[in-house]
Design a binder for this molecule. Structure first.
Ligand code: PRX
Length: 659
């Protein structure tokens, strides 16, 4: 079993044996209700994926479905085919007579509204694509995007893909340092941003952060700035261009580049076990096939009538795949929302669902647990009867939250699909098909058709049903990452070396499989934390701490948290060995937030004169986790000084968490 303790008690999970079959009236009309789909896809997965790829429109057909170089771990899906992602998301729908269908209902945080049809979205995308070309951005160039959830954000992604530029979206909550690292790593030539962004009634100075990031990132020639809020902002003549100066005067037509199926579509950075984020690279044809197929089948999408709402920010992979590419490829009508669930009040989500008659909601367990804490009264004020399907993503969902979601949000009538996947997988990998699969609270159920997974022990041997170990993916899938930007060796080492003999992809998640073959994902088994569904590297937070002039050493672990799933818990040794005051703890919290982003702010900080280390000097995080979880301390015999950990336990008990 994985060394790390999973965030949910396995025993408690397996006491969970409730099963919810698909409601018969739902199953009867489901997009996917052919039980043979699983057998068909496993018998000939190439044919299955080719069938899914045919739902898209290709400029030139592919010569082969999959070429897999098992030595270099390079997958080539739909080789020889040419395609354009923005053409598939826009032009073909408009051409087929759906130009007046709404692509996005958009609501801003202050309550302003826009309805963007497919025709509008196509025209705006073409204009921005032409503007990028005017600024000299070419096929293969990288463009960083740093924005809030405004309609121009999906436009920016689509404009890049239209001209074959590779977008690198950086979530708007990241710090200037994090943004700079990502821009430098990708050698981006341009940045698309906005003046400021709204956040709970306050403002985030996005353009200022971009300016700070660009001091030290010389590859960027231009910054396109959307005016969203209107406050004065810093400006660099010659480099900075207002969106409203350059975009509206462009033609509303722009020929899409014919991209090879394997041409890169985007880079998206994610935290790994070292301090340096990984530039996860996705390509075009396979990715679009994977996200459109899963979006259609897992969410039972009916493009004529559904209003789909994935609440994720486009800055994360969930937004790339299920706010932008999957839904648009499927001609969905989606809701796009700029704000947060609690502003101006804690019923904002439910007001939006009622107002826009949302039929499918896709959100994260951390949000669901927050709603539970607020209580059902906020929900009950609103008519949520338009909803017919609920989804969950980002972290393990505890059965209690699953049941609450189904009852209070889904009115006990909507199936709940718990979907397991990663930035690296690009698409949903393990999930029920709501018209076919029974659901069990806390289980993501079974691999999607055409996805091959297993649960294996430390040696890579398949664990019989009823056992636990590591989840692995045993065959390539179309939306898989192809490499880490500029570091193929790290790609092989991170994902393919753990089970090199078997040739399995290693997601670094613990998993148990029950007697029915259902997968119960248990959380990370590496040094990556999952806080509110955000991946945060312990090493990255430790580096941020030691970057502070007063800090000698820091060790970071996760602690279970009722709302956020896990919380960041830090043990810090100050230079000189003193015990910091609450004000110093706060200063360090601020420092970490400024280095990484506010979402990485440590909830717990314990000052200690020393850290528990082995005789060879390795910090024993396992013991620190035991301390934080109030568990009996495990084996301490390998410690250089066994007393250290007792002192730390004492200190941790008295250090108040940040609320
Ligand atoms: O540990 C798993 C957890 O989130 C990790 C992937 O994080 P990220 O790349 O940021 O992508 C999140 C959105 C796809 C996984 O390694 N995870 C994601 N979904 C689930 C999950 N854990 C359990 N159940 C899920 N449904």
């Amino acid at each position: 079993m994985p060394d790390d303790s999973p965030p949910q008690a396995i025993e408690a999970l397996f006491a969970e044996n409730r099963t919810f079959p698909p409601p018969p009236e739902f199953a009867a009309k489901a997009v996917c209700n052919d039980p043979e789909i699983y057998a068909r896809a496993s018998k000939d997965s190439d044919e299955f994926w080719a069938g899914e790829a045919r739902r898209l429109e290709w400029f030139a057909p592919w010569a082969s479905v999959l070429n897999w170089d098992s030595g270099e771990k390079r997958a080539r899906w739909f080789d020889g085919g040419t395609i354009n992602a923005s053409f598939n998301c826009l032009d073909r729908h408009v051409r087929d007579g759906h130009g007046s269908q709404v692509a996005y209902f958009w609501e801003g945080e202050p309550g302003d509204e826009r309805r963007i049809t497919y025709a509008d979205l196509l025209a705006e995308t073409c204009r921005l694509a032409n503007a990028l070309r005017e600024l000299g951005v070419k096929r293969g160039d990288r463009v960083a995007i740093y924005m809030g959830m405004v309609p121009e954000l999906p436009v920016a992604l689509l404009a890049c893909s239209r001209i074959g530029a590779i977008h690198s979206v950086v979530f708007g909550g990241f710090s200037a340092d994090s943004l700079r690292d990502r821009i430098i790593d990708g050698a981006c030539v341009a940045v698309i941003t906005q003046d400021l962004g709204w956040r709970r009634g306050g403002k985030i100075a996005l353009k200022q952060i971009v300016d700070d990031a660009l001091a030290g990132a010389p590859s960027v020639s231009n910054v396109i700035v959307l005016k969203r809020v209107g406050d004065p902002i810093p400006w660099m003549d010659g480099r900075d261009v207002w969106y409203h100066d350059i975009v509206p005067r462009q033609p509303a037509q722009c020929d899409p580049e014919h991209m090879a199926a394997e041409d890169p579509l985007y880079i998206l950075y994610s935290s790994g076990t070292t301090a340096k984020p990984k530039g996860i690279m996705h390509t075009t044809g396979g990715y679009l096939t994977g996200v459109s197929s899963t979006h259609k089948n897992v969410f039972d999408l009916r493009e004529e009538s559904d209003v789909f709402w994935c609440t994720a920010d486009i800055g994360w992979v969930t937004g790339h795949s299920y706010v932008v590419y999957g839904p648009l490829a499927n001609r969905a009508t989606s809701l796009l929302f700029e704000g947060t669930p609690d502003y101006p009040d804690k019923d904002r989500f439910w007001a939006l669902i009622e107002k826009y008659k949302v039929t499918i909601l896709y959100t994260a367990p951390t949000a669901i647990r927050t709603f539970m804490k607020w209580g059902p009264s906020y929900v009950e004020k609103h008519d949520l009867s338009s909803l017919r399907l609920l989804g969950s993503v980002g972290e393990p969902i505890n059965p209690e939250a699953w049941i609450w979601y189904r009852r209070y949000i889904g009115g006990d009538r909507c199936p709940v699909v718990d979907t397991w996947w990663q930035t690296e997988t690009g698409m949903i990998m393990i999930s029920p098909l709501p018209g076919l699969t029974d659901t069990k609270p806390g289980s993501a159920s079974r691999p999607f058709p055409g996805v091959f997974a297993d649960v294996v022990d430390a040696e890579g041997k398949s664990v019989p049903l009823g056992g636990g170990g590591y989840v692995v993916i045993t065959r390539p899938w179309p939306a898989m990452l192809r490499t880490l930007w500029g570091d193929h060796d790290r790609y092989i080492k991170t994902y393919w070396s753990r089970f090199a003999k078997q040739g399995y992809y290693f997601p670094a998640d613990g998993c148990k499989r029950d007697a029915d073959g259902f997968y119960w994902l248990l959380g990370r088994v590496d040094d990556v934390m999952n806080v509110s569904g955000h991946r945060i590297s312990t090493t990255e937070v430790e580096s941020a701490f030691v970057d502070h002039p007063n800090v000698a050493e820091a060790a970071v672990v996760s602690k279970k948290d009722e709302i956020t799933g896990e919380a960041v818990a830090a043990f810090v040794t100050l230079k000189g060995g003193g015990i910091g005051s609450p004000a110093e703890a706060d200063e360090l919290r601020k420092h970490v937030a400024s280095k990484i982003g506010a979402f990485a702010r440590p909830k717990y900080i314990t000052f200690t004169p020393d850290l528990p280390k082995t005789r060879s000097g390795k910090i024993m995080r396992r013991l620190l986790r035991d301390v934080m979880e109030n568990r009996p301390l495990g084996d301490t015999t390998t410690l250089a000084d066994a007393n250290v950990v007792k002192t730390i336990a004492e200190m941790a008990r008295t250090a108040p968490p940040e609320e």
